[in-house]
Design a protein around this ligand. Structure first.
Ligand code: MG
Length: 398
């Protein structure tokens, strides 16, 4: 019996993880859950899965859960301490890290230090602090299994291979909802347009990141840390059918690929059951129904976030941290209709440039947690200022 704690149980990955867990009641139990503010959904999850401990972001939500519970009552806690209590719960064997953005960094680091196996859905953690996270995991002997379809595919393709014999990694990318939209129309894209992703069912932030292709840029940096290849040996290919989830090219020219239906439950289940595989009841890939698989190069001019991510990955130090934080702020501002879709890469680029100038003043930037958090706090404030300036600009008032 594997005991699972889920950081972010009411988000898209959290909900689908519980669906997978519910299929195999004799294999998994849920010992901890965390959520932000969706107390009604959380209450249903508590009654269904009976965790020992539950954390919410604010004390008022914990109080609400105390008042509404009927019957089963787990230990309830709030805030960062609460998240850490769930992440390090002594009963947990495996922690699913599915909090959005930077909020997951500290609880996940603490879970790693507590030697938990991590099923990692939060790629921002590796973008922000990849070196620190991987070093901490190596020191603790904690395994990190990606819940990202591309990285799950690469993990599978690499089984039995020697990493020195890998030529390059090839991440596939659906191209997002604006693959065939002319760049001149990007300025008028609304949050609702960008939230309608054609292939994958995901949370709001990752859906916008998929529309700007920043998500794919993050995945390059994520793959760099997970598999140890430099970013210039990690390529992207546009593959709109999303059937090949990613590929590995070996030095002899052989390309290994993993295929399947685009369904996040597949990588979730892989991470939960690794190294075993279990039968599933949901839809399988029918190759006869999918006769055409197409491939194209990515357009770096149309999707500048992709180039920004490669540049940040090359620059290293705290530049990827700033990339991730600036993206978080810019995407939130876009979702609130405070900036336009094409402002997202501009604001991120401006923040990175300002950060690099700032790093020249203090060139001893390291990968310690305080320096990462400092870069995060700085980028958040700088970027918020940029958002305020651009949203008060009459050009943006519609
Ligand atoms: Mg992905």
């Amino acid at each position: 019996m594997k005991r699972v704690a889920i950081l972010g149980s009411t988000g898209s990955i959290g909900v689908q993880s519980l669906e997978v867990i519910a299929q195999f009641p004799d294999r998994f139990t849920v010992c901890g859950l965390t959520a932000n503010s969706q107390t009604e959904m959380l209450q249903r999850q508590i009654e269904r899965f009976r965790p020992d401990i539950v954390a919410v972001m604010e004390e008022r939500y914990a109080e609400k859960l105390r008042q509404t519970r009927n019957g089963y009552g787990p230990a309830l806690c709030a805030g960062l301490d609460g998240l850490i209590a769930v992440a390090t719960h002594p009963e947990a064997d495996l922690v699913i890290s599915a909090l959005p953005g930077s909020a997951g960094l500290i609880p996940t680091l603490r879970a790693i230090q507590a030697e938990k196996t991590i099923a990692l859905a939060n790629k921002e953690i590796l973008v922000m602090a990849g070196e620190l996270v991987m070093r901490t995991a190596a020191a603790a002997g904690a395994q990190i299994l990606p819940i990202d379809s591309e990285h799950c595919a690469i993990h599978q393709c690499l089984a039995g291979q020697r990493i020195e014999q890998v030529e390059r990694l090839i991440l596939t990318c659906s191209g997002g909802p604006f693959r065939d939209v002319d760049r001149s129309a990007f300025a008028s894209i609304s949050p609702a347009d960008a939230l309608a992703h054609p292939v994958w069912e995901m949370g709001r932030k990752v859906t916008i990141d998929s529309a700007t292709l920043m998500n794919k840029g993050f995945e390059v940096i994520e793959a760099h840390w997970l598999f140890g290849l430099p970013v210039d040996r990690i390529d992207i290919v546009i593959h709109p059918q999303s059937i090949i989830h990613s590929m590995v090219e070996m030095v002899d020219g052989s390309i290994l690929a993993q295929l399947g239906v685009p369904d996040m439950r597949l990588p979730i289940q892989y991470a939960l059951t690794f190294p075993e595989r279990l039968n599933v009841s949901w839809q399988r890939l029918d190759l006869m129904q999918r006769r055409e698989l197409t491939f194209a190069p990515p357009d770096f001019d149309k999707f500048p976030c992709l180039r920004l991510a490669y540049q940040a990955g090359q620059a290293g130090v705290t530049v990827p941290t700033v990339l991730s934080t600036a993206d978080e702020v810019a995407v939130e501002a876009f979702l609130q209709a405070r900036i336009g879709f094409s402002d997202i890469p501009d604001i991120i680029a401006e923040t990175i440039t300002a950060h690099e100038h700032r790093m020249d003043d203090a060139p001893n930037g390291t990968f310690s947690l305080p320096s990462i958090l400092e870069a995060d706090v700085w980028a958040r404030a700088f970027c918020a200022d940029l958002v305020n300036t651009s949203s008060t600009n009459p050009l943006h008032v519609s």
